[in-house]
Each structure stands twice: as structure tokens, then as C-alpha cells.
Design a protein around this ligand. Structure first.
Ligand code: KG4
Ligand code: ZN
Length: 383
């Protein structure tokens, strides 16, 4: 197999990323400029601000990635960039810069689906740690701020093919973590904060339920029946957010939440200890119970899909895959089914460009290049 050094660029949401990866395996550099501080006051990503931050960060981030990798603009073999899904304006910043580089340097340009990137983030880790060959079919759960999607993945030499067998009907799992954290005045982004607060509470204290979806999604009825012809395993997380809100109202937690929000606003960079110090037992129990419910739902639905489709390997990727309780639960439950489960390294769970450069390598081998007329696809599907 020929070697290739690929420069990857990622700008689909609120991280500006550039990375250099050799042959889909060896990360030579992986630079991520986070916009958390920009979006924090709003408790969520503001698209216009995201585009502006990408514009500021893109050139220095790419330059740093090349320097750290000991590479130059000329020495890389190809340029890969996220085409979608994501925020259109944010995607365009990365795409425009990647096009300009490819044109000026006369290098091939590769368009990568962000979700395929998340799946290949697992491969970056798995190739380093697994002694055995990967067994197919693989079931991949991509669980992030924008997605809670299940894909069956197959590989024929350098051609990867994906089939979606489940998705969220409303909020993504990461979105639920972020919204609940915002509601409780814990800060942004919510996932990492809840992850670290949850071990201090009782996960059995509050009983929550998640929706069990039996009927087909009318919006993609045709897809479900005609294209897939198989069972679907869908998720729904807007209900649990409402249940947390109802609990807050019934238990009259609002004054304490407002006090916490005001106290945290006065701290420049709140640490998890600052946040924890502002949470009483009831709040910690609520956070732990919310996380336990989310974890149980993600794990049980994913493993039900794994049984139905008789898969050989499980991948869990995307920002929420950084969650410790989710990792422990998947390892335990998949282990009981004798199913090998792989996660990306924590730094590769959330958005980064190394996963984009890695996913581009099989496309490089197939010479699947794009022309200067390709554009962002905000709602891009993975096939
Ligand atoms: O993959 P990602 O960086 O961006 C998207 O493609 O959406 O995922 C970001 C999401 C956010 O919702 C964030 O709260 C969540 O992943 N997240 C976590 C953790 N770290 C990030 N959720 C739970 N536990 C974590 N440790
Ligand atoms: Zn992502």
C-alpha cells in the first residue's frame, strides 16, 4: 500500500482543526482551536460567531499543524476537508481555504463526511491497540452534539460503505447534555461538566424515562422501507430534557440555579471544583440520574441493534463517546455479549481534523478527488 501524508481541515461546528496524518494511521500533528470561550455566554453555538472565529483561526491553525508535523505546504500529498454535515457558513471557511491551498499547490483535494471522520477516529485508535484484524460488519454509534446515529459499516478493500439503521428523532444526545446543563446553570458545554459531576451524585435518586420508539419515522418512511428494508433503532431525547425541567419546577430549584449561574458568571474560568462547590446534593443526584438514563438508553438501543444485525464489532464515537460512564457501560454490556467495542482516544472523540485526514486516506488510494466546484453540504448524509 502506498504511503500518503494528508493535511486534514475541519470547521463544521465550533472547533477549527488542522492535522497531518500519514496513511490513515500515524498522527503527525493534530491542532484544535476551540471556540468554547466565544459561545459560552450564549450557552450554545452561535453560527455567525462560529464562522467568524474559523476565519480568524484557520490560517494559523493549519500553519501550526504543518510545523508540528515537520511538514510544509509542498510536502503533503493531498488536502482533505470536511464537506458536511455541519453549519453551512462554518463549513465554507474550511472548504474555501482547502480549495485555495489545493489550487495554489496543485495538490489533490478530498471531501470528507464529518460522520465518516468520527468513525475513522476509532480506527486511528483501534489500529494501534488491536492485535487482530477488524471483523465486519461493524456497528458504529456516532453520538455527538448534532448526531445520535447508528451505522452499519462494511469495507471492501479501500471502499467503505455505510447504512444508517437508526437516528434521533429530535435532540441529539450531546444536545440533551448541553441543554440540561444550561437549564441547571452548570455551564457550557454541558457534556464534560455533567460527566465529572455525575460520580458525586446518586444515579438512582430520580427516575427518568426515555422514549421507546415503535412506529416508523414518517419523515423518512420511504428510506426506512425501500432503501433499508430492515429494523430501525431510533432515539429521542427531547422528552428527558422536559422531564428535567419539570423536576426543577416541582422541586422549586430555580432560585438555587439562578444563584449558581450568577456565582459562576463572576468566575473567569470556572473549574469543575467551582461548579461542584455550587451544587447541593439534590442537584448532584439529578445530574447523576440524568446521565444514567442517557447512558442506559444509548447502550441498550445500540446493543439491541447489534444483536438484530448480528454485527462482529462495535464502534462508539463522537463527543459524547468521551463520557466515562458511557464507556464503562458499553465495555461491560458489550463484553457480556462477547462483542469487541472500540472508542477513539478521548482527544479524538470530540471534533478534530486528524479524523478527517484519516478518513481521507482510503479515498486517496481510490483517487476519489473533488474539483473546485464542490461545495458545503450542511445536511450531508453518510452512505
Ligand atoms: O463531536 P463533537 O465535538 O461535535 C459535534 O459534532 O457535535 O461533540 C460535541 C458534543 C457536545 O454536545 C458535548 O457536550 C458532548 O459532545 N460531550 C460530552 C462529553 N464531552 C463532550 N458529552 C458527555 N460526556 C462528555 N465527556
Ligand atoms: Zn462531530
Amino acid at each position: 500500500m502506498p504511503d500518503a501524508t494528508i493535511l486534514g481541515i475541519e470547521s463544521s461546528c465550533d472547533e477549527t482543526g488542522a492535522a497531518v496524518v500519514r496513511s490513515g494511521e500515524q498522527i503527525l500533528s493534530n491542532v484544535v482551536a476551540s471556540q468554547i470561550a466565544t459561545h459560552q455566554p450564549y450557552g450554545g453555538v452561535v453560527p455567525e460567531l462560529a464562522s467568524r472565529e474559523h476565519l480568524k483561526a484557520m490560517v494559523p491553525v493549519v500553519r501550526q499543524a504543518l510545523v508540528e508535523a515537520g511538514q510544509s505546504y509542498q510536502s503533503v500529498d493531498a488536502i482533505a476537508v470536511t464537506q458536511g454535515p455541519g453549519l453551512a457558513g462554518a463549513l465554507l471557511v474550511g472548504i474555501s481555504y482547502a480549495k485555495a491551498l489545493a489550487f495554489a499547490l496543485d495538490k489533490p483535494l478530498i471531501a470528507v463526511n464529518h460522520l465518516e471522520g468520527h468513525i475513522h477516529a476509532v480506527l486511528l485508535e483501534q489500529r494501534q491497540n488491536a492485535s487482530e484484524e477488524l471483523e465486519f460488519p461493524v456497528l458504529a454509534l456516532v453520538v455527538s452534539g448534532g448526531h445520535t446515529h447508528l451505522y452499519l459499516a462494511q469495507r471492501k478493500e479501500n471502499l467503505w460503505a455505510y447504512r444508517n439503521i437508526g437516528h434521533t428523532r429530535d435532540d441529539a444526545a450531546g444536545e440533551a447534555f448541553d441543554k440540561v446543563a444550561k437549564l441547571l446553570g452548570l455551564g457550557y458545554p454541558g457534556g464534560p461538566i455533567i460527566d465529572r459531576l455525575a460520580p458525586h451524585g446518586d444515579p438512582q435518586a430520580v427516575k427518568f424515562q426515555t422514549s421507546q420508539i415503535k412506529h416508523a419515522d414518517r419523515r423518512d418512511h420511504k428510506h426506512a422501507r425501500v432503501e433499508d428494508g430492515g429494523a430501525h433503532f431510533d432515539f429521542s431525547y427531547s422528552g428527558i430534557k422536559t422531564a428535567v425541567l419539570r423536576y426543577v419546577e416541582i422541586q422549586n430549584l430555580k432560585p438555587a440555579i439562578e444563584a449558581r449561574r450568577a456565582a459562576l458568571a463572576g468566575v473567569e474560568k470556572p473549574t469543575i471544583e467551582n461548579v461542584r462547590g455550587l451544587c447541593d446534593r439534590q442537584t448532584l443526584n439529578l445530574v447523576a440520574s440524568f446521565q444514567r438514563t442517557m447512558v442506559n438508553d444509548l447502550v441498550s438501543k445500540t446493543l439491541a441493534a447489534a444483536r438484530e444485525y448480528d454485527v462482529q464489532t462495535l464502534f462508539v464515537s463522537g463527543g459524547v463517546a468521551a463520557n466515562q460512564e458511557l464507556r464503562n457501560a458499553f465495555e461491560h454490556e458489550a463484553g457480556m455479549q462477547g462483542l469487541p467495542v472500540f472508542f477513539p482516544a478521548r482527544a479524538l472523540s470530540t471534533d478534530n481534523a486528524a479524523m478527517i485526514a484519516a478518513a481521507a486516506f482510503p479515498k486517496f488510494l481510490r483517487q476519489e478527488f473533488v474539483g473546485m466546484d464542490f461545495s458545503a453540504e450542511a445536511g450531508m448524509a453518510l452512505r
